[in-house]
Design a protein around this ligand. Structure first.
Ligand code: GLN
Length: 486
């Protein structure tokens, strides 16, 4: 048996029963990384020695028959925007290339307390700005289903690592779609929690009112397990909500009777790939076959979501990225004439082109004279989008949409046209503006063999229902069991 093929829950059960040791599991994954990482390029750093040492500690407990924590020895990959004490956290940026955080994010503390071991940090679009990982300062990650295609982004390294079986599961972050879109492109389960569900303490901020950390996994049960581990109130993040965390695994009943699923007409638009449209409609039929009832709903302000998102996100980014001044964090230019020159050169040399574009857009949107016309107007649109969801959820329990209008595109195909890349987010950014949770699961393949993502959106703090729907769908279809050949 190739252990690296297994899911978190399968490995957990084998380790618990003493049938495999955490060391065997970690070695199997490290072997897989050695075999395929050269082609996929998912990791910025692999922390194999540390992972093995942690696994050995758990093996010792296992041998003694002592109690093991729930995820003892489960190897996870972590997006390189989440702080890991003593391990570089670069955000795939020259600016933070040598940054080693002196503390860990709350999500890392929770995973470590649960026994998980970190296999490495994954590549991403610089500071999580992008949809393809092509904005990484270091390298472009490849889609394991077709190495000529992007894995999506910005959590592309995490998505590719999971799809290629280089880790048992991973963490990503989602500001406008960065968990769900690469999840869809790589054919895995990928969940953005409700805003406030998971602590952002120790997450390098992009757009603080939109960012969330979430699980990216081989199946929906694993997403439920990881979400349950990282969710919950954290005094260190005042925006984390003090809302009880249910047992998400228990929610996976397979029973969808009485569930009302809304299909928003605005998400089935011209310009969508016909194969995507057909796969998502088929998925709705499957859900109906499982007992769900379909209702028509409208989200009338959807067409303004991308514009509002790119104003709010860039405005917040321009403020958050002000801290990279060459003094307190990260890169400092080696040669400068005076203080202002040092600031300017450090930022010019440390940031890549997309990050600079965002800082300029955001600064403009917030500047005197334009604030009302751009930023304030975007906030008003955000309120309307939020209201759309509140009204839709009066009529249904979940919304079902495509994750993205197309499957993965080819590397280099869209790099010359930022607007084309921004439009990739049409179906994902509304959920961030409204703060609602969403999951992407695989719902089929294009004729060329690329995965297609199905997005299921839920009511605030009702991740349990989207997990239940996604799990029942996954169990009823063959898609989740296919793996790329590498
Ligand atoms: N693609 C979007 C952007 O570039 C979303 C990124 C994200 O969710 N981090 O901003």
């Amino acid at each position: 048996m190739e252990l690296f093929r297994l899911t978190i829950h399968e490995l957990r059960d084998l380790i618990r029963k003493g049938e495999v040791s955490p060391v065997e599991v970690v070695k199997s994954y490290l072997g897989r990384v050695a075999a395929v990482e050269g082609r996929v390029q998912a990791f910025n750093v692999v922390t194999g020695q540390e992972a093995l040492r942690a696994a050995e500690r758990y093996r010792a407990i296992q041998v003694k028959g002592g109690p093991l924590p729930a995820l003892a020895g489960i190897p996870l990959a972590v997006k390189d925007v989440i702080c890991t004490q003593g391990v570089p956290t670069t955000c795939s940026s020259r600016m933070l290339e040598r940054f080693v955080p002196p503390y860990s994010a709350t999500v890392m503390d929770r995973l470590t307390a649960a026994g998980a071991v970190v296999l490495g940090k994954t590549n991403m679009d610089e500071f999580a700005m992008g949809s393809s990982t092509e904005n990484s300062a270091f390298k472009t990650t490849r889609n394991p289903w077709d190495l000529a295609c992007v894995p999506g982004g910005s959590s592309g390294g995490s998505a590719a690592a999971v799809a290629a079986d280089m880790c048992a599961g991973a963490l990503g972050t989602d500001t406008g779609g960065s968990i769900r879109q690469p999840g869809g492109f790589c054919g895995i389960a990928a969940l953005k929690p409700t805003y406030g569900r998971v602590s952002r303490y120790g997450l390098v901020a992009f757009a603080s009112s939109l960012d969330q950390i979430g699980p990216m996994t081989k199946d929906v049960r694993d997403a439920a397990i990881l979400l349950g581990t990282i969710a919950g109130h954290d005094p260190a993040d005042s925006t984390s909500a003090d809302v009880p965390v249910p047992d998400y695994e228990r929610a996976l009943t397979g029973d969808l009777r009485g569930l009302k699923i809304g299909m928003p007409a605005e998400y089935f638009i011209a310009g969508m790939e016909p194969e995507v449209d057909a796969a998502v409609r088929d998925a709705v039929t499957t859900l109906e076959g499982l007992g769900a009832a379909r209702v028509e709903v409208g989200l009338p302000h959807t067409e303004y979501a991308v514009a509002a998102y790119y104003l709010v996100a860039t405005a917040e980014a321009s403020s958050n990225l002000g801290r990279y001044d060459g003094v307190r964090y990260g890169y400092r230019t080696p040669k400068s004439e005076h203080l202002i020159d040092m600031y300017m050169k450090s930022r010019d040399e440390g940031f890549g082109p997309e990050v600079k574009r965002r800082i300029m857009l955001g600064t403009y949107a917030l500047s005197a004279g334009y604030y009302d016309a751009y930023y304030l107007k975007a906030l008003k649109v955000r309120t309307l989008i939020r209201r759309d969801f509140t009204q839709a959820f009066e009529r249904c329990d979940v919304l079902v949409t495509p994750t993205s209008p197309t499957a993965a595109f080819r590397i280099g195909e869209r790099t010359g046209d930022p607007l084309q890349i921004y439009l990739t987010d049409v179906f994902t950014s509304s959920a961030n503006l409204a703060g609602v949770p969403g999951i992407s699961v695989n719902c089929g393949f294009t004729a060329t063999g690329l995965p297609i993502g199905l997005q299921i959106l839920g009511k605030p703090f009702d991740e349990a229902t989207i997990l239940k729907a996604a799990h029942a769908y996954e169990q009823a279809t063959p898609w989740g069991t296919r793996r790329p050949t590498l």
